[in-house]
Each structure stands twice: as C-alpha cells, then as structure tokens.
Write a protein that binds this ligand. Sequence first.
Ligand code: UDP
Length: 360
Amino acid sequence: MKKICSVVGARPQFIKLAVVSRVLRKELQEILIHTGQHFDANMSDVFFEEMDIPRPDYNLGISGGTHGQMTGKMLMELEKVFLQEQPDLVLLFGDTNSTMAAALAAVKLHIPICHVEAGNRFGTLESPEEVNRTVTDHVSAINLPCTESSLRFLEREGLGDTATVVGDPMYDAFCYYSSRLDGSELQEITDLQGAPVQVPETFYYMTCHRQENTDCDETLRHIFDAMQALDAPTVYPVHPRNRERALRLTADGRYDRLILTQPVGYQTSISLVNHAKKIVTDSGGVQREAFFAAKPCVTVLDFVVWPETMVNGCNQLARPEKEDILEKLNRPVQFDPDYQPFGDGHSAEKIVAKIRKFLE
Ligand code: UDP
C-alpha cells in the first residue's frame, strides 16, 4: 500500500484533514504529522476529538517564535520524519508555516507534494500566508485549488498543468458536520475566565485574529468600536494570539456588547455561523462558512481571498474602521441558492482520486 505523510499544524488544517483523511485511509496508508503550531486544547485537541481525526503518529511540538524560527525548526524536524518514513507523497493543506516548511523539506528530498487549497492569491507578499501558499504551489506536483478563480491564478503563474479544481473540503466539512448539530453546541461556550456564556437570541459572530488587524491597539479598537455600535451583542471567540490585547482593551467595560469567549470547537463555530444575524471576520474559513450558511458577512481585510463569496454583497471587504464596517454591515445582500461555486460537498473523494491516479 502506498504511504502518504499528511502534515498539519493549525486549526483550519485539522478541519480539512478530518474530511480528507476519512476517505484517504480507505485505500492508502496515512502517517499523520502534527507540527505543534497550534497546541492549546481548544485550538487543537478539541478538533481531533470532535471530528474523529486519528491520533497523530508524530507530534513535533514546534510553536511560537518568529516566522523564520518556527519555519526553520519545522523544516529540520520534518526532514527527519520524511527520511525515516520514506513516503510516496506528502499531503499539505492551506497556507500556514507548517505547510511551507513541509513543502520545502519534501521537495528537497524529491518527494512529490499534493497541495490542497492551492492557488489563492491576495496579490501581496506582505501577507505571511501569501508567502506560504505561493512557495508551496510552486514546489507541488499536484495543486488542488478549491475554485475556478484559484485555478486561474495558478495558470497565470505557469502552474496550470499541475492543477485541478476539486471543490472545497471546508464545504465538505460544513455539510457533514452541520447535519449533526442540534443547537446544544452553543451551551458549551465559556468566557475567558472559564465561566459559561449565555448566547443571546440575536447576535453577531466575529472572529478576528490576523496579524494585520490585531498587532496594534488602535486597529483592534476600531473594530471593537464598530461591534459596540451594533443593534445586538457580538460573540467573539478570541484566538490565543490576540488574548492579551483583547482583554486589556475591554478591561474598562466600555465594550459591554462584546462577549469575549475562549476559542470554540468546530461544531460550535459552525453553529454560531448558522445562528448569527451577520458575521464579521478576517478568517478565510469563516467567510466561506458564512457564505455556505447564506449569512451576510463583512471581511475586515484589504484583500479579496475568496472572490466567489463576494457576489451580490454576500461578503464585503471593509477597512478596520468603525464607519466602514458599519456601512458594509448595513448594505442589502442577496443570496442565490443555485450559485454554489465551492463544489458538491465531495471534494475529499476527488482529492483522494487525484492522489491515487498520480501514484499509479
Ligand atoms: N473556528 C473554530 N473555533 C473558533 C473560531 C473559528 O472552530 O473559535 C473555525 C471556523 O469555523 C473555521 C476555521 O476555524 O472553520 C477557521 O480557522 P482560522 O480562522 O483559524 O483560519 P483561516 O480560515 O483564516 O485560515
């Protein structure tokens, strides 16, 4: 049986892995490597447990430090694992430091790489994720973009021959896990002190943790000012990267309409998406989930990541400024139930079929 080394390290990768691994293991041997990039119980363990992801065969325990330190350490350790395991192919997801480190380790050892969620481009290398995905796309033997627009970026960079659109495994996950929700997920949310949170009947759901929005007080304050001015409270699970700043900015009680919570599990997150009035985010995953659930979304970023979600105002970009966010949240939005650019909910099968064919 052919051997695949799948490498993950961060929350969105666990979600994609969950759906792909389930199909992959039916016909291929998978060795699972967790770099350790996200390690807290509520950023890592909870996903493995609730999504039935097999235990990693390796946990490298590498997190923190500068981008260079983290990527360098991962590169060294992943090379050792690949040398030991001698996989037929390395399977990578998305655009984290773990993705790029694994890509560099594998290509230097002449191990073919399959990159799921290839081809997204913001158009600026100032974004760390853009660096990671561009490098990974260019050293991968198989690029599997989720959408036609991502395919076009790859074609423009001369990578069309490596690329096939397979749909979005995040959509697979959304379809699969949404059908298992019963609303009780919303009772499991705790605040940053660990006390249970009562989710209001009407609320906005916000996630906000990108470097661009959370690296300075002023920017984050603008975003909080916008949410404070809305007609309903906002549920805001706080990423560990942003915890200290979020706590400090809210300490004087002026943001009493912001409900700061611990990061939630995947099923709770999609339940929040499904029940929210509208969504404000800087997450690539959450903006797609808003679209899957037909919820209006405002994405606080300078760059379009998922152009397919931007039709009819369904997802709009906003600057991290109170007035801009509020204005975009108030604009009318129309969802077309027949427009589904993220596949049919079975991208995992297509991904595994591509890998199988490549290894024949
Ligand atoms: N998510 C979650 N718990 C949270 C916040 C988000 O499970 O507290 C989920 C969310 O529903 C989406 C994914 O995590 O599926 C997005 O991850 P993240 O925003 O970290 O990464 P990105 O999508 O921007 O790469």
